[in-house]
Design a protein around this ligand. Structure first.
Ligand SMILES: CCOC(=O)c1cnc2ccc(OC)cc2c1SCCC#N
Length: 389
């Protein structure tokens, strides 16, 4: 019964692939508020819903601990994502967020948090139509409760709460293939600390390569090379918003960021997100922008290392500085900040710098999905202008 659940949902179905007679856009019409189920879905008897107030230190710690021990691992169980508490507060409280979309499941008797799923509102443009959607993320079921069919009821519950806010579409990503990806992207990795990546077993010494030769291969300058390259500051928000909106307009799917969104998602926040821009020393015009977010991972079962410090390419715009040079400056700053690896998807124009800057292809793929929105033809990674956390 593969995809037994997803075959009941308003998503592109595998059997519809190639049927270009189906119209692009919402699959089901919006319901009236009175038609939306008013009460939460039933959980199996032992469990209860809890709305997670992540402003509360205690609740945030419970969510952090659940994810730290039970969230996504790579196929070889070498790493597990270790989102920090400050990252979770950033990711879950964007402009217009709903506390009710931060949903937990507790064991009634012990009150232990054993599952989690979230949504945040976002305006996303899909081939010219700006649609207010929920970005659904952090679906996590405790390792000991897997295969109890908790995920389908959690997905139905977050969908119900999204419907209550009169929102009818969603966007999400997964490492697994579900009905039906709108795009499939590839992760690429640029070693910043090659010795650690080899010691943990992620990378291997190349043939006829010594460790010192390998360290030298990935060595970066001590400081950035682009004149006018500096950290983004609050007063830059209007200009960065203009630059980013213009740049993202070329992609088939991209966020429709306004100044409030840019202020939240792109102003530097220590240990969460770093962003830089290039301002012309003469005119002070902002011509380029780059950003990456901080997402460490637990290193599983290694006696010498416990944490991988990973930077993830976020949104980058180059209108004057070559993208290759801009991204090399991003690598230089990431190395200065002691990251072990700089990761990037092959989305937007990233393919133009990946190989030249010594990124290697990962073995993981990331599939992008839209809920209740059909697109006629799959989107190439280079046509995708959306990075989800
Ligand atoms: C060294 C390169 O790999 C990673 O950075 C990494 C780290 N932690 C993970 C945790 C869960 C995980 O599950 C798919 C993958 C990783 C990966 S590879 C894919 C992410 C990227 N880039």
């Amino acid at each position: 019964n593969r995809h037994k659940f997803w075959e009941t949902q308003p998503v592109g179905q595998f059997k519809e692939i190639g049927d270009t007679s189906l119209p692009e856009g919402p699959i089901e019409p919006p319901k009236l508020l009175s038609e939306v189920k008013q009460e939460p879905y039933n959980l199996p008897n032992l469990y209860e819903w809890v709305t997670c107030n992540i402003d509360s230190e205690e609740m945030c710690a419970e969510v952090y601990n659940l994810l730290t021990n039970n969230y996504v691992e790579d196929d070889e169980n070498m790493f597990r994502f270790n989102y920090s508490k400050e990252f979770l507060r950033w990711a879950l409280r964007p402009p217009g967020y709903f506390k009710s979309w931060h949903i937990g499941v507790r064991v009634k008797s012990s009150k232990k948090l054993v599952a989690f799923i979230t949504g945040v509102p976002a305006r996303i443009r899909v081939r010219g139509n700006v649609v207010t959607m929920a970005e659904v993320n952090f679906l996590c079921v405790h390792k000991k409760l897997r295969s109890k069919r908790l995920a389908p009821v959690m997905i139905k519950e977050v969908t119900r709460r999204v419907h209550l806010e009169n929102i009818w579409q969603a966007a999400y990503t997964a490492g697994v293939v579900l009905p039906t990806p709108v795009s499939t992207c590839q992760y690429w990795h640029r070693s910043l600390n090659p010795k650690k990546l080899i010691d943990v077993g992620f990378s291997r010494l190349g043939a006829r390569m010594t460790m010192s030769r390998t360290i030298k291969l990935y060595k970066l300058p001590e400081s950035t090379v682009t004149p006018g390259f500096r950290k983004m500051e609050p007063h830059d928000v209007p200009a960065v918003t203009r630059l980013l909106r213009e740049y993202l307009s070329q992609f088939a799917i991209a966020p429709d960021f306004d100044e409030n969104d840019v202020e939240h998602w792109l102003l530097p926040k220590e240990n969460v997100v770093d962003s830089f821009l290039v301002a012309s020393p003469e005119t002070h015009e902002i011509t380029d922008f780059c950003s990456f977010y901080t997402l460490p991972s637990s290193i599983l079962g290694n006696p010498n290392y416990s944490t991988l410090k990973a930077a993830y390419s976020y949104y980058n715009v180059s209108t004057k500085t070559p993208l290759l040079q801009l991204m090399n400056d991003a690598l230089i700053v990431a190395k200065q900040k002691d990251f072990d690896v700089f990761n990037a998807l092959d989305v937007m124009q990233n393919e133009s710098f990946l190989k030249e800057l010594k990124f290697g292809p990962g073995d993981g793929k990331l599939h992008y999905y839209l809920y209740n929105y059909r697109i006629r033809q799959a989107v190439l990674p280079s046509e995708l202008g959306l990075v989800l956390l």
